[in-house]
Design a protein around this ligand. Structure first.
Ligand SMILES: [Zn+2]
Length: 488
């Protein structure tokens, strides 16, 4: 039986979040709703204009390349990629052909090295809006700096391809070079896939399959669905003894299928030549090292550190790595705990802090960020809140109310507890009084308890908790209830 192994490569385009466009001073504003306002003779390709290289964009590409372990050649230049399309007013795109800014990098995905062939810089095209029987074009996007990453065909499963794209997106956000929002088209993925026949002896045959490119992938979900569809389609063709055609196919979300768009064009079809209006770029080692020094801690390093430093589980670690702001907030909260604590106590506090941040605080935030101006809880107050829970000064129910109060007003937790009279009742005489009242009002439950129904006791505890507005210590309530019921 012949089996087929998918061989997948990715091409990912990223809109950089620079202030201005790639070769002119027009604003780079992806949120601009009004069409054709961020335009000028340069990004419209009028004759006689001269482009100027955006230094910030170049630095952001190099930073990304360095984060992906790429080599940065000392020399780089821009080239013209010639083709005609209505969204490309110049009739050519300024891109990079044989001298990309970054090359020969890699990214580790679940212990496997995925090679990055190159990362280069180009300009985005305009946006076409297709109406029923005509099309409109908006040039606000034309000339926005666009970074392109190309991997080697090293990915061996759909899952791995998705993981690579997601990890790359996270790195872009850590680096602060792009918001990388797929819905807004700031991150666009294209995949190429072929199937390689493998024998039963797990020996991969040398022969490479014919590569098909898939475009129009607007989400990670689309990437997964399109790859699965394409792998199945190619497998059917090969099993029927036919040949896969080298072509570009577009993912059609509604039909859930890839559809043939055109047969693959070759590089020479674009008649690339060096851009005569732009000087080549040269970098010194010092310049590169300066950019490298600006690279913050990256997701993979952070994963390792969080696990080691705070003894977090995989899920918690991943949560704080993916939600970068909350992860940083978590670390600030932990740093507020007293340095003199025993290791065991500190771990308990860390665990509590992590739980309350991931569950309760997340629920209150409803998608908002802890780095936003509206977020009022200081790390100091949050750590105090965690300590109150750890020392059993407030029950989990009161903790909820307290956290809500902190979230709304930014007040410190002890202030809220005092103001709302929420502090835990530990006076046993006082609790016994309430227990007796509850018993006299719930004779049926008392009888049930005497008949041996355990949930009758739970019911009575619940009644006492309601009567004390959750302020009674449930352990003490249970103890007193037992004592009083035994005497009856
Ligand atoms: Zn412009």
């Amino acid at each position: 039986m012949v089996k087929y192994q998918p061989v997948i490569g990715l091409e990912i385009h990223v809109e950089l979040n620079t202030k201005s466009k790639m070769f002119c001073s027009c604003p780079n504003d992806p949120d601009e709703r009004h069409p054709n306002v961020n335009i000028c003779p340069i990004c419209l390709g009028h004759p006689g204009v001269l482009p100027v290289i955006n230094e910030e964009a170049v630095k952001k590409v190099i930073k990304t390349g360095l984060a992906l372990n790429c080599k940065i050649p000392e020399y780089s230049k821009f080239d013209r990629k010639n083709y005609f399309y209505p969204d490309l007013p110049k009739g050519y795109q300024i891109s990079q052909y044989d001298t990309p800014l970054c090359e020969d990098g890699f990214l580790m995905i679940n212990g496997r090295k995925i090679r990055v062939k190159r990362v280069h810089l180009e300009e985005d095209t305009g946006r076409l809006i297709h109406e029923k029987d005509y099309s409109l074009v908006d040039f606000n996007r034309a000339g926005i700096p666009l970074m392109e990453l190309v991997t080697e065909p090293d990915l061996r499963s759909v899952k791995e391809a998705r993981k690579f794209a997601e990890e790359f997106q996270l790195i872009l956000r850590y680096l602060g070079v792009s918001n990388a929002d797929m819905e807004k088209g700031q991150l666009r993925v294209e995949a190429n896939v072929s199937l390689q026949a493998t024998s039963d002896k797990r020996q991969v045959t040398r022969e490479l399959g014919t590569k098909v490119e898939i475009k129009n992938l607007n989400s990670f979900r689309a990437l997964v669905r399109a790859l699965n569809y394409e792998i199945e389609r190619q497998e059917k063709i090969l099993k029927a003894g036919k040949k896969v055609i080298q072509e570009t196919r577009g993912w059609n979300e509604i039909r859930g299928a890839t559809l043939s768009q055109r047969e693959k064009e070759e590089a020479h079809d674009y008649r690339y030549f060096p851009e005569p209006d732009l000087p080549p770029l040269r970098f010194t080692k010092e310049e590169i090292e300066k950019i490298r020094a600006e690279i913050p801690e990256l997701p993979q390093q952070r994963r390792k550190r969080l696990k080691k430093e705070y003894k977090l589980k995989n899920l918690e670690t991943e949560f704080f790595v993916q939600n970068k702001d909350l992860g940083e907030y978590f670390e600030k909260v932990v740093s507020e705990f007293e340095p003199g604590l025993s290791h065991e106590k500190l771990l308990k506090l860390i665990k509590l802090a992590s739980n309350y941040l991931i569950t309760d605080l997340q629920g209150l935030l409803k998608g908002a960020s802890v780095s936003g101006e509206d977020f009022l809880i200081t790390p100091e107050n949050f750590s105090e809140f965690v300590i109150l829970i750890a020392e059993e000064k407030i029950s989990s129910k009161i903790a909820k109310i307290t956290l809500e109060g902190m979230f709304k007003t930014g007040a410190d937790p002890s202030h809220i507890i005092e103001e709302k009279e929420l502090s835990l009742m530990i006076d046993e005489v006082e609790i016994e009084k309430i227990v007796k009242e509850v018993i006299s009002k719930n004779q049926k439950a008392v009888l049930d308890f005497k008949k041996g129904k355990e949930n009758a006791l739970q019911f009575l505890i619940g009644q006492v908790m309601t009567a004390t507005r959750g302020r009674a210590n449930p352990k003490i309530v249970s103890k007193i209830l037992h004592k009083v019921l035994r005497k009856l």
